[in-house]
Structure formats: C-alpha cells, structure tokens
Design a protein around this ligand. Structure first.
Ligand SMILES: C[S@@+](CC[C@H](N)C(=O)[O-])C[C@H]1O[C@@H](n2cnc3c(N)ncnc32)[C@H](O)[C@@H]1O
Length: 190
C-alpha cells in the first residue's frame, strides 16, 4: 500500500474530490428510488450523521443532501487533506472533516455510515471506476472492518448503515436488523 500514491495519481484524485459536483448529483433523481435514503429512512433531517469511511466524499455529499449536518472521517492523510480543502470550498456548510481513525471517534452523533473497501467481484471489476481503483491502491483493503463496526455498535447507536457487495456475507450477520438490495451493492442496517 502506498498512502500517498504517485504524483500523477495524487493529481488525479485531487481533481476528483469536488463536493459541489457530488452534492448537485446527489440532489438529482427521485428520492423514493434512492437506496441510501431508504437506508436512513425515519431519521430526522437534523440528525448528525457520521461517515466513518469518507474516501472521496461522494457518499458524504449524498448524506449531506439528506441531513443538515455530517461529519466525515478519513484516516488516509492525503485524502483527508483533500477532503478538508473541498470542505473549505463548499458553500453549503454543515460539513466537518476529521483526519483520523474512526474506531477512536468519540465526538457527537449516534447515526453512522460505513463504506470500507471490499474485494471486487468479476462484474463489479468490469464496472469499477478509476477513482475506486486509485482509492484501493492508496488505502489498501481496510482489513479492520469488523472491528470498526463493533466499535460503532458499542456506542449504542441509533443506526449503523454498512455498504456491502451484493453477495458478500454481512460483517456481523447475527446483528443485522434488515438489508436493502440494489443492483450491485447492498446496505446492511444495524
Ligand atoms: C471505499 S472508500 C469510501 C468511499 C466513499 N464512500 C466515497 O463515496 O467516496 C473507503 C475509505 O474509508 C477509509 N477508511 C476505512 N476504514 C477507516 C477507518 N477505520 N477510519 C477512517 N477511515 C477509514 C479508507 O481510507 C478509504 O478512504
């Protein structure tokens, strides 16, 4: 794993982290068809939602389109700085970016989102976009996903939503409350 990547990869990633674009994209399309919105259904829009695996921040902006306050945590130092820069340029507010390990998070919020790296199956591989490949290269496989979920569940959360490949086993099968399936991915709700 190379936490900073090559100069051209860094340049490419920095062009990809664009909160305005992600946010505008998130507002498109009917909400009833939005699987992420369904996974967080029933929560008030004032709820503070913590994205524990922020990555490029696209899901963070999808969450910001649903909730007025979001916190994004990213442990890769290069990505975290890109996200902080994007946050400073984002005119909407209500977004905080924390560089660090989500297992150690002890800030506010009782609703959590997790989208750790996962191995791509053949179908997903053919559809995988370049940003995902780059993220994988500089962030590695996120081998501590179960530990992160356990740490979040220990906080007695109101909800934890975990994005998984469609056919993968749940991280903690016996504790899943329900699941929502899309074409390629699934959300497990704890
Ligand atoms: C698949 S990417 C997330 C993509 C993101 N959902 C998006 O829309 O761009 C996973 C990211 O989570 C980060 N991550 C995974 N486990 C983490 C942890 N325990 N604490 C902080 N960051 C974590 C990785 O460094 C990586 O950048």
């Amino acid at each position: 794993m190379d936490v900073f990547g090559t100069a051209s990869e860094r340049m490419e990633l920095s062009n990809r982290v664009d909160f305005e674009r992600f946010y505008r994209k998130a507002l498109r399309g009917p909400r009833e068809k939005n699987l992420l919105a369904k996974a967080f259904k029933g929560l008030h829009s004032d709820e503070l939602v913590v994205d524990t695996c922020c990555g490029l921040g696209e899901d963070l902006m999808r969450l910001r389109a649903l909730f007025s306050r979001v916190v994004g945590i990213e442990r890769n130092p290069f990505l975290a700085r890109l996200l902080q820069k994007a946050q400073r340029h984002f005119s909407l507010g209500g977004v905080e970016i924390i560089e660090g390990e989500a297992k150690a998070y002890d800030g506010p919020g009782r609703v959590f989102y997790m989208d750790p790296m996962y191995p791509l199956g053949p179908r997903q591989k053919s559809l995988a976009k370049r940003p995902l490949e780059l993220l994988k290269k500089i962030c590695g496989p996120d081998g501590d996903q179960v530990e992160l979920l356990e740490a979040l569940l220990d906080k007695k959360p109101r909800r934890v939503v975990v994005k998984r490949p469609l056919k993968a086993r749940p991280l903690l099968g016996e504790r899943v409350k329900f699941t929502l399936e899309g074409k390629l991915i699934r959300f497990d709700i704890y």
